[in-house]
Design a protein around this ligand. Sequence first.
Ligand SMILES: O=C(O)C1=C[C@@H](OP(=O)(O)O)[C@@H](O)[C@H](O)C1
Ligand SMILES: C=C(OP(=O)(O)O)C(=O)O
Length: 446
Amino acid sequence: MSGHGDPIPMTSRKSGPLRGTAVIPGDKSVSHRSFILGALSVGETKITGLLEGQDVLDTGKAMAAFGAEITRTGDQAWSVHGVGVGGFAEPDDVIDCGNAGTGVRLIMGAMATTPINATFTGDASLRSRPMGRITEPLSLFGAQAVGRQNGFLPLTMVGAKNPVPVRYTSPHASAQIKSAVLLAGLNTPGETVLIEKEATRDHSERMLRGFGAQIETVKTDEGYEITLQGQPELKAQTIAVPRDPSSAAFPVCAALIVEGSEVLLPNIGLNPTRAGLLDTLVEMGADIAFENRREEGGEPVADLRVKASSLTGIEVPPARAPSMIDEYPVLSVVAAFAKGKTVMRGIAELRVKECDRIDAMARGLEAMGVTVEEGPDYMIVHGMEGEVPGGGTAKTFLDHRIAMSFLCLGLASAKPAHVDDGGAIATSFPIFEDLMNGLGAAISRD
Ligand SMILES: O=C(O)C1=C[C@@H](OP(=O)(O)O)[C@@H](O)[C@H](O)C1
Ligand SMILES: C=C(OP(=O)(O)O)C(=O)O
């Protein structure tokens, strides 16, 4: 989906209390990986609860182009007949990963140690995101990337003919870098080692282990050292995708700021490498009950009961950033309604997401009457104790999370909040508008 349709301007208005049950779609990170690992294994992988967002569908299409057989068998139910590690065929056309950083970066890793070539592109947002952070470690395996001089897509990856194992220390806290290296290690003889200073989401490690790879994480003085034994035979799996905590963040935050709200969100993934937002909200004074804590499919989950709350700004511990990296935009909206300042530091990675999220949130919040300070790796939101004026238009820059964040803001601000384009919401949370309006929100297309 490298093209983008006409912009979809949207508006949200002050609504009555949000009430009811929010059934959140499947986790985007786990859904991408289900398609990719299914394609790299032998046999039929059966997936239920897959996120049918455009990002994941583009990854499914890509896996078919590399030779896997991908079939939709029901609502959110999919089957993947894989080609096995090393079995990827050379695609006969450009691989278009649309808006998905996760998609393109993990797939480049997965094919980089197979002797085939593939050309990758994406939409205008993805074509402006750094790929050097992936092509550099992949070149150590013997792969070669040829593309634009600035390292942006489109680029062609020439897979290594005789891949050599790699020991690589990731310079950024990024699960996409970690996953690309581990996936490249699959078709490489010997041990591939990835070291990360801070723990990032660990779905690749958990799922690789589930598919039968030998993979081990050890905490060392340098951080976390992950060792993968190359050339395993991955065996097809049955996967129930947990519900996405990053999507749940929007109704959770909306319920906190809209007076009188009470929303139940069943079965939300609480993997500790993803749960930083909930810890932060609780520290701000949020009334969130974690009911029926349990394990499902190897991931901790709980039902969340969220009630509207008076919140106080805090200094978010920078070490928490990797576990809530996609949630800072909506946290900055909640912060606008809190009492006092919310200080978010150590968030430079936000500048290389679907857009520069620090800039997009700062400009958008200012348009809604909120004071924001920002620097290269921080943002400080001055809370208005519930009295956010609204009335502005936020630019969304093809970024789903920016669009959804401002549509949440408008449910509680004095005047409506407008976004210039909500089209990108379909990449990660296609039912966002219906789900929110089902709870009593007033979100509409202009
Ligand atoms: O591995 C993943 O599934 C993801 C990793 C994160 O990106 P980075 O690795 O760039 O931090 C996150 O922002 C993205 O939404 C999903
Ligand atoms: C950063 C995100 O995704 P990706 O990097 O896959 O585009 C996100 O979903 O917030």
